[in-house]
Design a protein around this ligand. Structure first.
Ligand SMILES: C[S@@+](CC[C@H](N)C(=O)[O-])C[C@H]1O[C@@H](n2cnc3c(N)ncnc32)[C@H](O)[C@@H]1O
Ligand SMILES: [Zn+2]
Length: 269
């Protein structure tokens, strides 16, 4: 597994019983669920940063329906079929994708990091061997050039720290939404639908070179109002859309919904 760095003094952490300790006496207890909180109070902008409980629950309920499996399959196809070094799922959320990556890349070699303790608490249930951490992507508790692969799905790109922890030749895999993602949902929520797709290269610089880009598109029919509400709650539209529009979203039950994703791969120079 990737060696962990003490967030207070940057010395290596050693696991002793159920606590991570550094030689300067800093101590971080591993929760019973199997994750460790390495986010220091002074590095938090709010008391509970990241996704809240309701968002985490909505994401779990939606993802377990398997609607986004074609995306997970496309990501898995781009990964080596067996472990080849330490890897990180950055902004891992409640771990639905992370658990699938671990089957290929190895649980013992992997870490899932998210700033939301609710998300990591839920993710840790999935795989006890993986290293699950509450930490910020802007300040990863990992050493320089220690990782072969960093995967970032639908989370902000913290370019400097990703560049720091990837070894030269290591890979960054990013998934984001394409311009037409969830178009029927967005048309139901907004009078004026903004056409914008995510492009990771806008956030990266010459420390990374592009390997390839894949577009994944598919349709499905949401089967219940609950499914649509869960889908809405796990997207930024949850904050942006008017409550009156959100309340109506159940009317899309049985209608065709579309997914439009872009997977981009980069090599650390
Ligand atoms: C849209 S969710 C994606 C979760 C997961 N990758 C997935 O696709 O299911 C974005 C995640 O980024 C996390 N996040 C937000 N700010 C973060 C930060 N500074 N460092 C690490 N994670 C962060 C949130 O808590 C949330 O779980
Ligand atoms: Zn320390």
């Amino acid at each position: 597994m990737p060696e962990l760095k003490c967030p207070s003094c940057e010395q290596p952490l050693q696991l002793n019983g159920n606590a991570w300790l550094c030689t300067n006496g800093h101590r971080f207890d591993r929760a019973r669920r199997g994750y460790t909180n390495l986010l220091l109070a002074q590095h938090r902008r709010s008391r509970s940063p990241g996704d809240d409980k309701a968002m985490v629950r909505a994401r779990t309920e939606f993802l377990q329906l398997g609607r986004y499996q074609p995306l997970a399959d496309a990501l898995l196809k781009d990964l080596p079929s067996q472990p080849d070094g330490d890897w990180l799922d950055l902004g891992c959320g409640e771990g639905w994708y992370t658990e699938q990556f671990a089957r290929q890349l190895g649980s013992a070699q992997g870490a899932g990091v998210d700033i939301s303790k609710f998300a990591v608490d839920s993710a840790a249930k999935r795989d006890k061997t993986l290293t699950w951490l509450v930490a910020s992507g802007a300040r990863l508790p990992l050493f320089d050039a220690s990782l072969s692969r960093v995967i970032v799905l639908f989370t902000r790109l913290f370019t400097d720290d990703i560049a720091r922890v990837l070894r030269p030749g290591g890979e960054l895999i990013v998934a984001g939404t394409g311009a037409s993602h969830l178009m029927p949902l967005r048309e139901a929520l907004y009078e004026d639908v903004r056409q914008s797709g995510f492009d990771a290269s806008k956030f990266l610089d010459d420390r990374f070179c592009a390997i390839d880009e894949k577009v994944i598109q598919f349709d499905w029919q949401p089967q219940s109002e609950q499914e649509l509400h869960n889908l809405l709650t796990m997207t930024p539209h949850h904050w942006r859309a008017k409550p009156s529009a959100k309340a109506e979203i159940g009317k899309l039950t049985g209608a065709t919904m579309n997914a439009h994703f872009v997977i981009q791969r980069f090599r650390k120079q």
